[in-house]
Design a protein. Structure first.
Length: 478
């Protein structure tokens, strides 16, 4: 088949979604197409880089943007929007100074060349990656530091979360915790880097209490952005990356630019059981940020993950808004079937189209499941910004796409079940996603019927402004 090369978007449109949003507001959303389902109750929290420059001094990478949390609360068919930046001391200092004072992990240097950056090895905690509500705490997460605790109603920043002193200064908590729906526990981890890296496995109960389940040491550098969870295993993909810190120390490059894929090295699954035993199983090289889900079946563990053929890096010293999508490597959804007894891994592709941000029904986390929802590009091959929501049926292989191209750009989908029992159909519920609508230079919160994902949205809530492209979020029924 001949693939038409016609682009699904215009660069100018896409770029507008990376403009900083500097206002903090709180209002009832009154411009709505369709109808918000009256049974949809609870709050959608989103986090992501809200500010991508200070006074026109641009950050060099979107992951360096200052964390801004949005809350969209639904009740009685109405919806309320609020947003606030996470007021870290670094954010406050930079706002006051009106210029960049810190290096960003991925692509941001202080003005003045290497001499201004040399030996400044501090990490700016931008608290921009995820936001979760657990045990009465609303936590803004960034994987290389402790969480920031926010007031769940006002979104005011309360301070760094120590969990009653159990997370000491210098200890870190992942931006990708996973909630076991059957127990209400939120599972997470933290990586202490070194010549040997230490992975701590944490549990946060639904009372908000943290305990350490186990700690394991693995050789070498780790870049573990996410993990997969089953009742008996915590599973990591050890990407075959190295960190060569010299250019970072000398101020010549950011930390993220010093990470690269090691040639001819396999990836490894790290399986950690409930007793803290570590089993390592090799598989073909790839780079994984996100896992979709995992479950145990017979003697096997199934892990579904978005895999890249290399470590996705941006060209240094070029504006990320100018990237050539034809040169950006694509992530694809793969299924790994691991047999721990035999030490073998089988892999098969589930979704070939470039995709990111996979999610499942919350009750399926760690369990056998049928449906994944995931952001995807709006064409079959090549690469582009994410403009469609895909629903993948693991039982039949059916793939459906709801495209917002050419002028809409999607963010992570979140599945919200309609009924909170364990018997209703796995796709009975809604898929919520924020769309940047370049035609109106504003964002919409779109409610899709998960059972009719390609159908017209049930509701499109027009915000009064845009929300810059975000990272992750969560829904709480409370
Ligand atoms: O020793 C350190 C280990 C470590 C954890 C080195 C280090 C300082 C680089 C580090 C820190 C890692 C951090 C801070 C990671 C933060 C990641 C982040 C903010 C976002 C990651 C997003 C991933 C994806 C795949 C996003 C995709 C987005 C789209 C396709 C759409 O825009
Ligand atoms: Fe992530």
């Amino acid at each position: 088949m001949v693939q038409t090369a016609s682009p699904t978007f215009s660069r100018e449109d896409w770029q507008k979604g990376y403009e900083s949003l500097r206002t903090e507001t709180s209002y009832w959303i009154d411009d709505i197409e369709g109808e918000i389902p009256s049974e949809l109750e609870g709050t959608l929290f989103r986090n992501g880089p809200g500010q991508l420059d200070i006074n026109g001094q641009k950050y060099g990478h979107p992951f360096d943007g200052d964390g801004m949390v949005c809350a969209i609360a639904f009740k009685d068919g109405k919806a309320h929007f609020a947003n606030q930046f996470v007021k870290t001391p670094e954010f406050i200092a930079e706002q006051k100074a009106g210029k960049i004072l810190y290096r960003g992990v991925f692509g941001t240097q202080k003005a003045g060349g290497w001499l201004s950056n040399i030996f400044d090895l501090r990490n700016k905690n931008v608290a921009n990656t995820n936001v979760v509500y657990q045990g009465g705490k609303l936590l803004a997460l960034w994987e290389a530091a402790r969480p920031y605790s926010l007031n769940p109603q006002s979104l005011d920043t309360l301070g760094q979360e120590t969990f009653d002193g159990k997370l000491a200064a210098g200890q870190v908590f992942t931006a990708h915790p996973r909630r076991d729906d059957r127990t209400g526990d939120l599972w997470g981890f933290g990586v202490q880097p070194g010549p040997k890296s230490t992975i701590s496995i944490y549990r946060v109960t639904n009372q908000g209490e943290l305990s350490t389940e186990s700690q394991v040491k693995v050789s070498g550098f780790c870049f573990l952005h996410d993990f997969a969870y089953t009742p008996n295993y915590r599973i990591f993909m050890q990407n075959p990356v190295s960190f060569k810190p010299l250019p970072f120390m000398l101020g010549l490059a950011t930390a993220g630019e010093c990470i690269e894929l090691k040639p001819n090295s396999p990836s490894q699954f790290l399986l950690i059981d409930r007793q803290g035993n570590l089993q390592t199983i090799e598989t073909d090289p790839c780079f994984v940020f996100h896992h979709c889900n995992a479950y145990e079946e017979g003697n096997e563990i199934i892990v579904d993950s978005v895999c890249y053929p290399d470590y996705p890096k941006l060209e240094p010293n070029t504006d990320f808004r100018e990237i050539d999508f034809d040169k950006v490597i694509a992530g694809q959804l793969w299924r790994f079937t691991i047999n721990p007894k035999l030490g073998t891994v089988k892999r098969e592709m589930l979704l070939e189209r470039s995709c990111e941000f996979p999610v499942v029904h919350p009750r399926c986390m760690g369990q056998k499941y049928r449906y994944a929802y995931i952001g995807a590009i709006a064409k079959e091959s090549g690469n582009a910004p994410l403009q469609a929501i895909a629903k993948v049926d693991m039982a039949t292989g059916k793939q459906e796409f709801h495209s917002f191209a050419p002028r809409g750009f999607i963010s992570e989908p979140i599945f919200v079940p309609r009924d909170r029992d364990n018997h209703s159909a796995e796709d009975a519920g809604w898929v919520l996603t924020l769309i940047f609508d370049a035609a109106h230079n504003r964002s919409d919160l779109v409610v899709l019927d998960a059972q009719n994902i390609t159908g017209k949205p049930l509701a499109t809530l027009h915000l009064k402004h845009h929300v810059p492209y975000g990272l992750h979020g969560s829904f709480t029924h409370e």
